[in-house]
Design a protein around this ligand. Structure first.
Ligand SMILES: C[S@@+](CC[C@H](N)C(=O)[O-])C[C@H]1O[C@@H](n2cnc3c(N)ncnc32)[C@H](O)[C@@H]1O
Length: 390
C-alpha cells in the first residue's frame, strides 16, 4: 500500500502524522482536546484538529485505511474485561474501538506508556487485546515494547506499540529485532551549536544550580574509587546512633541508610569537610542534597562530563550516551559539557521531529508537547512493517 489515508487520534504535535506522511499517507482527520496542540498542528500541517473525541460522531470521520492513536493512559479495571466492548465507562481507549468498529480501517498503530504492558497484573493489556480482536483485528499476544535508542537515537524511551491488522487481510507480520545489536548512541549528535541558539541564556545553568553540581562533583572526587550505585542522601552521611531509630523505615530505606553511613565511615574526615561546605550553601537542601551516580565506572568521575537531571529524588548523573525519556513535566536534561539544558529544538530532534517543524513559541509548552509526543522514527519502523507489506 503505497498511497493511503490515515487518521491521527490524540494527535498532540503530530508524531504519527510526520511518520505516516513520509511513507505516502495523507491525513484526513485529526483530534486533540488541547488547544495549544491544535494550534501547533494546524500551523505545521495545515489541518485543524477537532477537539474532544468523545463528542465526535464516528460517522462524521472520513473513511481511512490506517488509524493511529497515542491514547492517554488510563486504568482498565477487571470489570472492564468482564464487560468487554460494551462497557460504557467511556475510557478513551474505547473511543478507538468505537471509531474502528464503524470504519474498519485496514490497520491500526497504537502507542502507550511502557507500564501498560504489566498494568494491573497484565489485565489492562488483556482488556485491550480482547476488545481489538472482538472488533475484527489480528493483534499479537503480547504488545511490542520498543525504544528509540535501539535505533541509535540517543533517547531511552520504552513504549508499548500495538499493531493491528484487519482479520480478512491475513496474519500480522512478525516483528523481529535483535535488541542486543542496538546501534551506539551519541548524546552530542543532536546538540545545536551554542552560538546558533537564540536566547542561549534561557538554557544556561543558573549560578545556584552550578554551585550544587560543583558540590556533588567534589563529593565524587572524595569517593571516586567506590562511586556507589545507591543514592547518596547527605543527611545520612554520618555515624548512626540509637536516636536515629532507623527501624521505623522500610527495609529498602534502612539498607540505603546503612550504605550511606558506611561510606561516611570510610571517608569520614574528607566528608566532614565537604559537608561543612555543602551545608553552608542555602540551596543545598531537599532534593538538591541528594545524588545518584548512574554513570558507571569512568576513569575520572566528573559530573561535567555526564548528562544530569534535577529530579525529585536528587541530582542524577548518567553517561553521555543517551538521554532519559523526555517527559511532559520539567526535569529537562542538562548537558554537563555545555553547562546548559536541552533546548526545545534538541528535544524535537530526540523525537526525530525534523528541524523545519514549527515548535510552540513558549518553551514550557513546547517541552510538554515534546515530552508527550511519539518518536517519529519508531513509528516509521512499525508503519513500514505493517502497511508496506502489501
Ligand atoms: C500521549 S499524547 C499523544 C501525543 C501524540 N502521539 C504526539 O505525537 O504528539 C495524548 C494526547 O491526547 C490528548 N487528549 C486527551 N483527552 C482527549 C480527548 N478527550 N479528545 C482528544 N484528545 C485528547 C491530549 O491533549 C494529548 O495531546
Amino acid at each position: 500500500m503505497r498511497k493511503f489515508r490515515f487518521i491521527d487520534l490524540f494527535c498532540g504535535v503530530g508524531g504519527f502524522h510526520i511518520a505516516l506522511e513520509s511513507l505516502g499517507g495523507s491525513c484526513v482527520f485529526a483530534s486533540d482536546i488541547d488547544l495549544e496542540c491544535q494550534k501547533v498542528y494546524q500551523d505545521n500541517f495545515n489541518l485543524e484538529p477537532v477537539g474532544d473525541i468523545t463528542k465526535v460522531d464516528e460517522k462524521e470521520i472520513p473513511n481511512h485505511d490506517v488509524l493511529c492513536a497515542g491514547f492517554p493512559c488510563q486504568a482498565f479495571s477487571k470489570a472492564g474485561y468482564r464487560k468487554g466492548v460494551n462497557d460504557p465507562r467511556g475510557t478513551l481507549f474505547y473511543e478507538i474501538i468505537r471509531i474502528a468498529k464503524h470504519h474498519q480501517p485496514k490497520y491500526m498503530i497504537l502507542e502507550n506508556v511502557r507500564n501498560l504492558a504489566g498494568h494491573d497484573g497484565g489485565n489492562t493489556w488483556k482488556v485491550i487485546r480482547y476488545n481489538l480482536r472482538e472488533i475484527g483485528y489480528n493483534v499479537s499476544d503480547e504488545p511490542i515494547i520498543f525504544s528509540p535508542h535501539y535505533l541509535g537515537i540517543p533517547q531511552h524511551r520504552e513504549r508499548v506499540f500495538i499493531l493491528c491488522k484487519r482479520r480478512d487481510l491475513g496474519e500480522l507480520p512478525t516483528f523481529t529485532f535483535n535488541k542486543k545489536t542496538k546501534l551506539e548512541s551519541d548524546a552530542f549528535s543532536i546538540l545545536q551549536p551554542d552560538n546558533e541558539i537564540d536566547n542561549i541564556s534561557d538554557y544556561k545553568l543558573k549560578k545556584r544550580d552550578k554551585s550544587i553540581i560543583d558540590l556533588w562533583n567534589e563529593f565524587t572526587l572524595i569517593v571516586k574509587d567506590e562511586l556507589p550505585g545507591f543514592p547518596i542522601w547527605s543527611e545520612w552521611l554520618k555515624e548512626l546512633n540509637g536516636a536515629d531509630n532507623i527501624q521505623q523505615y522500610p527495609k529498602w530505606k534502612q539498607d540505603f541508610i546503612y550504605k550511606n553511613s558506611n561510606l561516611y565511615g570510610t571517608h569520614k574526615k574528607k566528608i566532614d569537610c565537604w559537608l561543612a561546605k555543602a551545608l553552608s550553601n542555602p540551596d543545598f537542601k531537599g532534593a538538591k542534597a541528594k545524588f545518584e551516580w548512574q554513570a558507571g565506572k569512568t576513569a575520572e568521575p566528573n559530573l561535567w562530563n555526564t548528562i544530569m537531571q534535577f529530579r525529585p529524588s536528587g541530582l542524577r548523573a548518567k553517561k553521555p550516551t543517551y538521554y532519559p525519556a523526555l517527559v511532559a513535566i520539567t526535569q529537562t536534561s542538562i548537558i554537563g559539557l555545555r553547562k546548559r539544558k536541552l533546548t526545545p529544538r534538541e528535544c524535537a530532534r530526540l523525537q526525530r521531529i525534523p528541524d523545519n517543524y514549527k515548535l510552540h513559541s513558549t518553551d514550557r509548552i513546547a517541552y510538554k508537547q515534546l515530552g508527550n509526543s511519539v518518536n517519529v522514527e519508531v513509528v516509521k519502523l512499525f508503519a513500514k512493517l505493517l502497511i508496506h507489506q502489501d
